[in-house]
Design a protein around this ligand. Structure first.
Ligand SMILES: [Zn+2]
Length: 339
């Protein structure tokens, strides 16, 4: 979930105004076909991601009423929006003393009842780079042992796997071995092309909820959605720069209260920009997703960036990624970030 680095704020070329030459060509040339803007939304850390809140999902006992209410708000927002979505599950969050808890499993049943998908995100949100291949594979199977029966009740099977922290292997050998392992168990890797720091904003929002500061809650909601839109715009631009077109994006969000309370606004503003919301399956049909990913670093970076590195671009390809404001990072209480 956490990104190791947050890159320094730099001028984003995609936000530059129209040049005179562009204005001229727009008036004289045939009107260009607008890009086919599509996006698949993915939510990680189901049933619920909490960080630095007074009410995390506890290791024992029942789901706190506040989390149950926030989850219901998120689910309702997704249903009302009519967008497809997939949630990636950490199955250990469903267990108490090793046993699945009905109220926690019930959250995932409600997710499925809404027609949304579920995928495997390991049992304990384990870091492949920290624990190594064998322990990582065991954690994938531990999640599979909970997720597969849950889906089987509906004649469904898990198909998608998302790496925690987007860390996909420290060596090409490890990456290949994990991919083979996943294929053998019926999984495909779910990449991310739009990364963002929603978890930092969500931690700040949780603090504002904890303290009852409604003005701060409103300020965070008001500034968070434009931040997400800047991220979408940025990665749309990176896609065009690398591929020559706007690929169907795959965006990473987390199951948290901030997304519950802003999803409707976010979706409507993306619609206004011409985006269509598609399933992960549909997005992944784009040939770009066949490109090589040889990235072995720890940075949980976009697949667009990984493809660029594999194609010989320098790290400068990534310059200009929007950042979260300092006041949000300070309020969230997350460790200091540096270039
Ligand atoms: Zn995660």
């Amino acid at each position: 979930m956490k990104r190791l680095l947050q890159r320094a704020c730099m001028a984003c070329a995609c936000l530059l105004p129209f040049t005179a030459a562009m204005a001229q060509s727009a008036t004289t040339a045939t009107v260009a076909k607008p890009p086919d803007r599509r996006i698949a939304i993915t939510f990680d850390d189901l049933p619920w991601a909490t960080l630095d809140s007074n009410t995390p999902l506890p290791a024992h006992g029942t789901v706190p009423p506040r989390i149950a209410a926030e989850f219901t708000r998120l689910l309702q927002a997704i249903k009302n929006s009519g967008t497809p979505a997939i949630g990636f599950v950490n199955s250990a969050r469903l267990l108490v003393h090793g046993q699945p808890q009905p109220d926690r499993v019930g959250m995932l049943d409600a997710w499925l009842d809404a027609g949304l998908e579920l995928g495997n995100h390991t049992a304990t949100h384990v870091d492949l780079h920290a624990v190594g291949k064998q322990a990582f594979e065991n954690d994938i199977l531990a999640c599979d042992a909970v997720l597969r029966p849950l889906l089987a009740k509906r004649d469904l099977q898990p198909h998608w796997f998302r790496h925690p922290y987007l860390r996909t292997g420290r060596t090409l050998q490890d990456k290949a071995a994990i991919k083979t392992f996943l294929t053998r168990h019926g999984y495909r890797i779910a990449p991310v092309t739009i990364t963002d720091s929603d978890w930092i904003w969500a931690a700040a929002y949780a603090k504002a909820l904890d303290s009852g500061d409604t003005a701060m809650q409103a300020k965070l909601r008001a500034q968070y959605v434009p931040y997400l839109l800047r991220m979408v715009h940025y990665f749309e631009h990176r896609s065009t720069k690398l591929l020559g077109y706007a690929l169907p994006q795959v965006m990473l969000l987390h199951a948290n209260a901030l997304n519950a309370d802003t999803y409707a606004d976010f979706v409507s503003r993306l619609h206004a920009r011409g985006y269509r919301f598609v399933s992960l399956d549909e997005a992944m049909r784009d040939p770009a997703y066949q490109r090589a990913d040889t990235f072995t670093g720890a940075l949980g970076t976009s697949w667009i960036h990984r493809w660029a590195i594999a194609a010989g671009w320098s790290w400068k390809f990534y310059d200009g990624e929007p950042t979260s404001p300092k006041w949000v990072i300070d309020l969230a209480g997350v460790p200091a970030y540096s270039e």
